[in-house]
Ligand binder design. Structure first.
Ligand code: TMP
Length: 206
């Protein structure tokens, strides 16, 4: 495939949105065609699923939750991401299957290998070229979100130990695949994080 697939990962409140916006501008300024997208969401069906997953008020069984994320992912990769990569675009995506491994695996305590396999089946094993993990302690992330003045979604509203497990899982995933992951301290300045990201991305986009 001609394009480049970059994913962003991290806990809620880790600063992904800001960094994705800055990277999008940097890539465009450097002459690349960029597609910015996210999971859950990114397609019409995905946005309907996002609404169910994040804002449904009733209980959703952990395996059902994992399947809903996988359904969103499957449709998103098939209809939007693969076509963009085939055109040669740079796809910058907010969350991918590592989110499922961390949140549904470590957070909901499902089997991490099974959760990963479910996503890989759903996406016909599409792997990112680079995954940028913004690492922020759960209490720092929570304090940032409290400053945001908005309603917490189902996952964000989970207890502190859930978010600590998610963080530990992300760090373990990055350690297991050091070539794919770039781990950055998400508590330092926005500018220095952006600089570290563009340094690495320049190697990947060529
Ligand atoms: P967002 O707010 O970063 O868009 O993500 C929505 C929430 O969904 C966030 O709390 C993380 C969670 N999530 C999962 O639990 N599993 C997944 O596979 C994905 C993509 C997100």
């Amino acid at each position: 495939m001609a394009g480049v697939f970059i994913t962003f990962e991290g806990g809620d409140g880790s600063g992904k949105t800001t960094q994705i916006r800055l990277l999008q501008k940097w890539l465009s300024d450097n002459g690349h065609t960029v597609v910015v997208t996210r999971e859950p969401g990114g397609t019409d069906l995905g946005n309907e699923l996002r609404d169910i997953i994040l804002h449904s008020t009733g209980f959703i069984a952990p395996r059902a939750e994992a399947l809903l994320y996988a359904a969103d992912r499957s449709h998103h990769i098939h209809t939007l991401v693969r076509p963009a990569l085939e055109r040669g675009d740079v796809v910058v995506q907010d969350r991918y299957f590592d989110s499922s491994v961390a949140y549904q695996g470590a957070g909901r305590v499902l089997d991490a290998t099974e959760v990963r396999e479910l996503s890989l089946w759903a996406t016909e094993r599409l792997m990112p070229h680079l995954t940028i993990l913004l690492d922020v302690p759960a209490d720092v992330a929570k304090a940032r979100q409290l400053g945001d003045e908005r309603r917490f979604d189902r996952l964000e509203a989970e207890a502190q130990d859930f978010h600590e497990r998610v963080r530990e899982s992300y760090l373990a995933l990055a350690e297991a695949e050091p070539d794919r992951f770039l781990v950055l301290d998400g508590t330092v300045s926005v500018e220095s994080i952006h600089e570290a990201i563009t340094t690495r991305v320049s190697d990947v986009v060529g």
